[in-house]
Design a protein. Sequence first.
Length: 625
Amino acid sequence: MIKLIFCTLLFTLPSYAQPTGSVVDGPRSIRSFNPDSTAQDVAIKTYFDEAGPLAAEFYEHLTLLANPWMGGRQPGSEGSRRVGEYIVWNLENYGLRPAFNNETNWFQPFDFQIDNAAPELLDSFVSIDDMALVPDRDYVVLGNSGSGDVSAEVVFVGYAIENGDDEYSSFTNDTDIDGKIALMLRYEPLDADGASQWARRRFSPSSNIRKKMQAVIDRGAAGIILVNPPNCRDGKRGLETTRSKRFGTTEIPVVQFSHTAAELLISDGDLHSLQILADAGDTAPINLGTATLQTEVEFAGLNARNIGGVIQGRGKLASEWVIIGGHYDHVGHGYTGTSSPGVLHTGADDNASGSSAVLLLARLLSEHYASSEDTSMRSILILFFDAEEAGLLGSAHYISDPSIDLDKVNVMLNMDMVGRLRNNTLMLGGTGTAVEFETIVPEVFTSSTLIGSLSPSGTGPSDHANFYKEDIPVLFFFTGMTEEYHTPTDRASTVNPAGGATVTQLAEVFAKRFIDEDWLTFTTNTRGDSTRPTSMPSQVRLGVHPSYSAEIETGILLTGVSEGTSAADAGLQSDDVLLAWNDTELTGGRKLMELLKASTPGDVVHFTVQRGGANILVKVTLKAP
């Protein structure tokens, strides 16, 4: 009896009265098990109840598109195929019609190759005389190698520099390497301490491997062996760990040797003695031993598919169009555009968020057309682009093979990275591409809860740029850069669903203005183009636009500088290469973001900058965004 009373008391006490980390007897029936809820237990439900059903729908789409099962949506992958089926299933349910092949097909397929993706190595064999070398220990096949089978004399060509400082050249007019294998040193002439003779920090543009390899190819080399200088202070050590294709593309075997393997070619086994000659400017080629280079590589293209659906207009405007689009692809396991190759990138903000917004717009506008009594409305083309991450290839392919008359497109709305709304502030690009935007854009924002950060440019690294080139007005919806951009941490848990819904509703208001009002008047932006801003949760903004596919040995190549920013005030320019922040080497965009986040307005940074073949110091005073 005492035990029965005790158990009864346990089950009638509030849940908070039970100590955590304990166990109690369960109920006789599962139907009677209904613990009290705490605020934490219902946090997600409370969030979406307050955010509204559109935020929940946005997040449902996004969590599927960014699910690891989709494999990061790399073009041609099984995950990309699944996502395509999901998008089409929704478009069909919304009542849209297929956009391609006279409205019989949802997909527009195309093939492409990645400029900076290495080919697949099928087989290789390398030997010196009759001694076979061991791959990954003695040599690696570089990602710019072609297929070939060559056995020939090896010729040392120093640094293989065509034209360096002080009229330095590794070649003479009678240098003969036709049909031979060129052994070349990486980087450029070094001093006694192993530092570059031509640059104050790191290396000058003369060290560009692509140009150096082309120099020996132009002289008839049948193969190339690359080796690191033995005493190089600032260069890389050992063999390449990944077969990067940033060195370009060749049609001959290209390998990298370890120091030990290279010295097998030299009679006295002293690679450093050859480097000393090259450092001093001795241009005489030196014949070494004989080597065999056998490489078999395959350049596999990727299969991509744009996806399109149509909301049919009516009346006198039915033959005119509004295009709403966003790219649905991402980088998979890092096949391009990332510093983390081989790791899954689910791409939640970039660009499952934009794809989710486009799906919502397809439903909302389809329902609007079905319920509207308007007798004259433009048709709407909903587009999901593939291979954007490889260089805006999907939208470029659509422009080259459009399903509609592009001269009849009133405007193109592009949704790319709209999942990280912060402080209710949205960047709207393209506001200078139509005369009427000067009036329409402020009117729409006035009726919204958002702050519009307006950028007049119609260019930039997203799909709207290809439509702008066709003299089509564009608007680009973008909630800003983040630390997670193009990293494996861009996951669904980092996204702001309520913000995504709010941005979608704003885009819906714009779309409704464009489907039945006057034709927009295209205009070029007269206030200067700019690429996607590099904004981040930081107290300062530098205002530079890094290249994410730069073919340089080191540093960060700038593709642009925003007006009125710290960078512009200091005189940084497009094509500058940022090598160092004070004494800290800049190894990539993520390192730059880390340093900016740790800075405050008023901090002074001395950047080492490579410009026009020389390294200079640029003093930058950082200021708030």
